[in-house]
Write a protein that binds this ligand. Structure first.
Ligand code: ADP
Ligand code: GLC
Length: 477
C-alpha cells in the first residue's frame, strides 16, 4: 500500500472552476478503491461547500506565518481532505484564482507559495500529523514549488507533477523570488528561473521525479513549440520521465441511468428518455420544442483554448441550418457579449446561458444530440467523455485528449463499431462547419445515429483503468 499526498488548488465538489477539480475529486477516490492511503490537501477557501466543517488539527509556522490545518472528508467517502487555513489569503469570497468580480487575486503568488510550503512540511511529516507519504502528487503550477522545496530535503518522499494545462504557468517578476523568501539554491536556469522571471511550473517540471500529463497525445504535443509555450525544450529533455495518462470520469455523477438532475433517466437499452430531456431543456431555455431538429450543446470556459472563436465564426451559418444551439459558459467578456447578441437575434435557434450551473450542465448533456468541443488545444477534456456516456455525439478537434477519446465516424469505423463522434484537424471555421454538416447528414439516418450512440454509450471511461496506471507509476519510482 502506498501513502499518497494529493495536492490540488481545487477539488470537486468542495470548489471547482474546471476539470482539475473533477480529477482531484475522483482520482483519490479511485486510488482509495485500489487499497491505497490517499490524503488530499488544498487551501481552505471561504467559498468551500458540500463538506463537513473542517476539524482543527494543528498550527504550523512557515515563513513567519502561522497556518492552521483542518481536516474534513470528500463527501460520502472516507477520503481525508486537509485544508490549509490562512484567512489573510483564503478567507475572502471568490474562487481560487479570482475575486467575486473575476479580477485575479493580486497576491496569487504569495498565496500558492504559502500553500506549497505547507504541503512540503506535511510531506516531511513536520506538521504533527504522524503520517509521512511515500509519494506527493502535485497538480499544475499552483503546486509547482512543492517538488522544488522537497528537492532540498534528505529522505524526502517521491514526487509526481501532473500538467493539466501548459498555458497556465504561474510566472512572476524575478523580484518575487526574493520577496517570497525562497531558498537561493533554487534560483538558476535549470531551476525556478525562467528568462529572469520566477516560474512556479518549472518547479514541477525541473524537480519532480516523474511528470505526467492528462493524455498521451498532449504528452507528445507539449514537447513542440506550438503547445510547450517555451518549455518544450525542458519537457523534451525530461521525456524519459514524462508520460500521458488519460483522465477518467466520475461514472457515478455522470450516469444517465441514475442522474437525479435530469428530467428523465435513460440507458443505452432505452433511449426514449433522452427525447424527454431534450423537450425539458428546450422548455427550460425558452426554445421552441422542435424534436426533429438536432440540438447542439456546448459547455465550457469561454476562452481561446476552447475554440469559441471558431464557433462564433460559424454561428451565422449555423442559424441557417436545421439545428438549435445551446451554450453554457463564462469567461472572456467580449466573447460573452458576442454570443448573447446571437441569442437575441435568433431566439428560436440559439440559447446562450452565461454563468456556472452544474444542473444545467447535466441537462444539456442529457438533452442535446451533438456536443461541440472544437478546442485549439485540450490536455484531456472531460465533456466529450460525459457526452458519449449520455449518447450525445461529440464534435471535436483532433488534439490532446480529444484525439485520444473520440473516434471519428468513417466508413471503416462505422463498419467495426468503433465510431463514437466526429473529429476534424484544421483549426478553421471551414473545417468545423464541414463537420457540423457531416453530423447533420448522419442525424437524418436514425439507425446509423443509434448505432453511433450505442458505440459511444458503451465506452469505458471509468477511473479504474487510469488509477491503475498512476499506481504503477508510483510503484515504479
Ligand atoms: P477545463 O478544465 O479546461 O475547463 P474540462 O473539459 O477538463 O475543461 O473540464 C471542465 C469541467 O467544468 C467539466 O466538468 C464541465 O462540465 C465543467 N464546466 C465548465 N464550465 C461550466 C459551466 N459554465 N457550468 C457548469 N459546468 C461547467
Ligand atoms: C485542464 C485542461 C483539461 C483537462 C483538465 C483536467 O483544465 O484544460 O483539458 O481535462 O485540466 O485534467
Amino acid at each position: 500500500m502506498k501513502k499518497i499526498l494529493f495536492a490540488s488548488s481545487e477539488t470537486h465538489p468542495l470548489i471547482k472552476t474546471g476539470g482539475l477539480a473533477d480529477v482531484a475529486g475522483s482520482l483519490p477516490l479511485a486510488l482509495t478503491g485500489l487499497g491505497q492511503d490517499v490524503r488530499v490537501i488544498m487551501p481552505h477557501y471561504q467559498a468551500i461547500k458540500n463538506c463537513e466543517p473542517g476539524r482543527y488539527l494543528c498550527t504550523v509556522r512557515v515563513n513567519n506565518c502561522d497556518v492552521n490545518l483542518l481536516e474534513t472528508r470528500l463527501p460520502d467517502s472516507d477520503v481525508i481532505v486537509w485544508l490549509v487555513d490562512y484567512p489573510p489569503f483564503f478567507g475572502a469570497p471568490g474562487n481560487p484564482y479570482t475575486d467575486e468580480n473575476g479580477n485575479p487575486w493580486p497576491d496569487i503568488g504569495d498565496r500558492f507559495a504559502l500553500f506549497c510550503r505547507i504541503v512540503a512540511e506535511v510531506a516531511m511529516d513536520r506538521a504533527y500529523l504522524n503520517w509521512k507519504p511515500d509519494v506527493v502528487h502535485c497538480n499544475d503550477w499552483q503546486t509547482g514549488l512543492v517538488p522544488a522545496l522537497l528537492s532540498l530535503e534528505h529522505y524526502r518522499p517521491a514526487t509526481v507533477f501532473t500538467i493539466h494545462n501548459m498555458a497556465y504557468q504561474g510566472v512572476f517578476p524575478g523580484s518575487a523570488f526574493a520577496a517570497l523568501n525562497l531558498p537561493g539554491q533554487l534560483w538558476h536556469p535549470d531551476g525556478l528561473e525562467y528568462h529572469g522571471m520566477l516560474s512556479f511550473i518549472k518547479g514541477g517540471l525541473s524537480y519532480s521525479d516523474r511528470i505526467t500529463t492528462v493524455s498521451p497525445t498532449y504528452a507528445q504535443e507539449i514537447q513542440t513549440p506550438e503547445f510547450g509555450y517555451g518549455l518544450e525544450g525542458l519537457l523534451a529533455h525530461r521525456q524519459h520521465q514524462l508520460s500521458g495518462i488519460i483522465n477518467g470520469i466520475d461514472t457515478a455523477v455522470w450516469n444517465p441511468e441514475t442522474d437525479t438532475q435530469i428530467a428523465q433517466t435513460y440507458s443505452v437499452k432505452n433511449l426514449t428518455g433522452k427525447l424527454k430531456n431534450k423537450t425539458a431543456l428546450q422548455e427550460r431555455l425558452g426554445l421552441p420544442v422542435w424534436s426533429d431538429l438536432p440540438l447542439f450543446g456546448l459547455i465550457g470556459r469561454l476562452v481561446e483554448q476552447k475554440g469559441i472563436d471558431l464557433v462564433l465564426s460559424c454561428l451565422k451559418e449555423m442559424t441557417s441550418l436545421p439545428l438549435q444551439f445551446v451554450l453554457l459558459g463564462s469567461g472572456d467578456k467580449s466573447i460573452q457579449v458576442r454570443l448573447q447578441d446571437f441569442a437575441r437575434l435568433y431566439p428560436n435557434k440559439v440559447s446562450v446561458n452565461i454563468g456556472y450551473d452544474e444542473t444545467l450542465a447535466h441537462q444539456i448533456e442529457a438533452g442535446a444530440d451533438v456536443f461541440l468541443m472544437p478546442s485549439r488545444f485540450e490536455p484531456c477534456g472531460l465533456n466529450q467523455m460525459y457526452s458519449q456516456r449520455y449518447g450525445t455525439l461529440p464534435i471535436v478537434r483532433k488534439t490532446g485528449g480529444l484525439a485520444d477519446t473520440v473516434v471519428d465516424t468513417l466508413p471503416t469505423t462505422l463498419a467495426d463499431n468503433t465510431a463514437t463522434g466526429f473529429a476534424f484537424s484544421e483549426a478553421t471555421p471551414g473545417a468545423l462547419m464541414e463537420t457540423i454538416k457531416r453530423s447533420l447528414l448522419l442525424h437524418t439516418n436514425k439507425s446509423l445515429w443509434h448505432k453511433l450512440q450505442r458505440n459511444a454509450m458503451t465506452q469505458d471511461f471509468s477511473w479504474e483503468n487510469s488509477a491503475n496506471h498512476y499506481l504503477a507509476l508510483y510503484q515504479g519510482i
